[in-house]
Design a protein around this ligand. Sequence first.
Ligand SMILES: [Zn+2]
Ligand SMILES: [Zn+2]
Length: 197
Amino acid sequence: MAIAFRCRCGKLQGEIEPAAAYLRAVCYCSDCQAFARALDREQDALDPNGGTDVVALRPDGLRFTAGREQVTCLSLSPKGLLRWHSACCHTPFANTPREPKLPYVGVLASCMAAGPEALDAAFGPRRIALGTASARGEVAATPVRTTLGVMRVMWGVLLAKLGRRRSNPFFDAATSQPIVEPRVLTREERAEAGRVR
Ligand SMILES: [Zn+2]
Ligand SMILES: [Zn+2]
């Protein structure tokens, strides 16, 4: 069964197929924290330790069902990941590489319209912790699970490429360009977003 996601105000809506998921992980890295902070959405997107609960999946497993014109993105640096959010209410909802040739999207569990049990059932529990050096408070690293998780993502990406699953709702199929021009944060904005509170 598809899991719905939506921005805070509800204009932007979509759904993802659990079968397309590679992995679920909680990322505590400073960049993911900066993304939430740049949008002033730390309360919604981050757990008390600054972690972002992310489900990595094949991009063809995600579709927008309403408000696609609200989809926009920023980047923390000129070569950084594209960090997708809604224009209407600044809800962070996904991360992708800058090009579609790597079939990967990380969707934030915080925007999914499902309770904790439904998320666990669809994607497995939160058992992998990434970027724990930047966590607020004590968060145990999960080196073995992380290594296995990275391998699972690589394997999934490889299968997706072999299976020619090319549809990717974040990029124009003809030009391979992002569907909106990414806004790259200025150094000042990045410094502000990265400030530890
Ligand atoms: Zn909205
Ligand atoms: Zn991160």
